[in-house]
Write a protein that binds this ligand. Structure first.
Ligand SMILES: *Cc1c(COP(=O)(O)O)cnc(C)c1O
Length: 373
């Protein structure tokens, strides 16, 4: 493939030659993160259904599945389509899908040989889904999402959730189980505070499971958790499946979510925005080529990986301003930036450049980039 037309690198290229700014993946760190999370899920006796909304990459998903993940989660129908076309065989849309057009597309996916499930949080949504599934003549599994404290989607735990599960069964749809995901709890920095937040989630799930059992509705799956809280859901005895996503790459925000007694996170930074210094014209300052168009900043500025002497201080569209009090940076110097928030950052790029020992080993497309509908 000719460099300069569509891609930031070609296989075999040294890291120093890769076009900047671009996303680079430390393949060895990614492999260690994948192996570690799978080993933890296995040790706790729960399934790992990796969240693909973070990397949007069929290649990364296939590595995670090869390591033992049961499938992927994603948030949107178009994202599910992208994963399905790329050969991912078991997909949960861990979100609500509403409206006839979207639901028709969702209900068509099993025709590609894919196992599909989706969340619901009201009876009208169940009716819409049943209609779409009937029209396509396919099977789509259904999870009732309960609001366990994040105040996003989901019905109240307990009686309301049971009523909705009954509506699923009455509509002739397969009731797979409960989704109980607490997004806000993922980013609580303190371990004990996260543990307390998930203890309350587990209580809400237990209450709902008890009432489902009384109503005679089997509930084989309880799914939820993310990179911040998975040890608590995994060890709860009620969750059967973890939906962790960010652990594979990590980001600066998750770098501040600490382990017991304030220990550092156990997952490594595996994804970086590779950037090059393009100006040192101002004293104490350097300017790099990575700004707003290659990184999302809503969770904070990126961290310069492995450097204490310089600091990323501000971004505009195409520029990143670095504080360089010792004037150590030179034009052409390269830095690895750990983005503040990985999910929206990856969605800004077409390619991942996979690096091992300083060389480009692979180029992976961001398969579901822009698939937000
Ligand atoms: C984002 C998300 C996850 C994964 O969370 P991470 O923090 O990236 O590990 C899991 N489940 C749902 C429903 C999500 O929206």
């Amino acid at each position: 493939m000719d460099v300069g037309y569509d891609v930031p690198a070609e296989v075999g290229m040294a890291e120093a030659e890769v076009e900047t700014p671009c996303l680079v993946v430390d393949l060895a760190a990614l492999e260690r993160n994948i192996a570690r999370m799978q080993a933890e899920a296995d040790a706790m006796g729960v399934a790992l259904r990796v969240h693909g909304k973070m990397h949007k990459s069929a290649d990364v998903a296939q590595l995670q599945i090869a390591a033992g993940a049961v499938g992927v989660c994603c948030q949107k129908v178009s994202e599910a389509e992208a994963f399905a076309r790329a050969g991912v065989a078991d997909i949960l849309v861990s979100n609500q899908v509403r409206g006839a057009r979207k639901l028709a597309r969702l209900a068509r996916l099993p025709k590609l040989g894919v196992r599909v499930a989706v969340c619901v949080d009201d009876a009208a949504g169940v009716a819409e889904l049943a209609e779409a599934v009937r029209a396509e003549g396919t099977d789509v599994g259904v999870l009732v999402e309960i609001d366990v404290g994040a105040a996003r989607c989901g019905v109240a735990p307990g009686a309301e959730a049971v009523a909705l599960a009954q509506a699923v069964v009455a509509a002739g749809l397969p009731f797979v189980g409960l989704q109980a995901y607490h997004g806000g709890a993922q980013h609580i920095a303190n371990w004990a505070d996260r543990e307390a937040a998930i203890a309350s989630v587990v209580e809400k799930v237990r209450l709902t499971l008890g009432l489902l059992e009384k109503a005679g509705i089997p509930c084989p799956v309880v799914t939820g958790a993310g990179t911040g809280t998975y040890p608590f859901e995994g060890g709860s005895g009620v969750f059967t499946e973890l939906q962790c996503g960010s652990y594979a790459f990590m980001d600066a925000d998750y770098g501040r979510v600490l382990g017991p007694q304030g220990t550092a996170p156990v997952f490594e930074n595996a994804l970086f925005v590779l950037t090059e210094v393009m100006s040192t014209a101002g004293p104490g300052r350097a300017v790099c080529d990575a700004g707003l168009k290659v990184m999302s900043l809503e969770s904070g500025l990126p961290v310069v990986f492995g450097r204490e002497d310089v600091r990323y201080a501000g971004a505009s569209d195409e520029h990143g301003t670095l504080e360089d009090p010792g004037n150590v940076l030179r034009v052409g110097d390269r830095l690895r930036l750990v983005p503040g928030h990985i999910d929206p950052t990856c969605n800004l790029h077409d390619w991942y450049v996979g690096l091992r020992d300083g060389r480009t080993e692979c180029l992976w497309p961001v398969t579901a980039r822009g698939k937000a509908y």
